[in-house]
Design a protein around this ligand. Sequence first.
Ligand code: 2AM
Length: 183
Amino acid sequence: MRLFVAVTPPVDALDELRAATAAARSAHPDLRWTRPDQWHLTLAFLGDVGADARADVAVRLGRTAARHAPLELALRGAGRFGERVLWTRVDGDLAGLRGLAASVRAAARKARIAVEDRPYRPHLTLARGRDGADLRPLVDALAGFAGRRWTATEVHLVRSRLGAGPDRTARYEPVTSWPLTGS
Ligand code: 2AM
């Protein structure tokens, strides 16, 4: 089962982002926009995980969530990974978010799941570009977006079903969620 671990902004924060990106979305049908009902902040991408490792990582993620406190976050402005990915940035308790992502990755490694060593870049993916797309004007257009503060209170283990969403997009289905109950 293809899995990732994420935190999810609440509906009011997502509605704000949806409104802030509406003009860009309609002006650029050439990009592959992610669906607002699927928006999330990935902490770790686990890839295909077998049943045994899934059970193991679930136990470990429960312990991880119990050690970390809820996180005060906000969505703000935009950035890009080259011409491939347009995203909105994350503001607030980034040290806490990085610490949580590091713990989630450590939990996955202990469950013998290979996770990337690349530095964690907190972001919420808005759109993916096709070859030759110029995402810079969109980054500029979204620069003034400053979303409300919200609290991440849960960590979600999410299943990604490639091609199962509308127009053969991926569909993300929460498998298990754990509250952040640390202090
Ligand atoms: P993204 O946020 O940059 O789009 C499900 O695919 C989620 O896991 C997406 O949010 C995606 O990143 C993230 N992810 C991270 N590494 C990935 C990878 N190697 N393949 C697919 N998704 C990955």
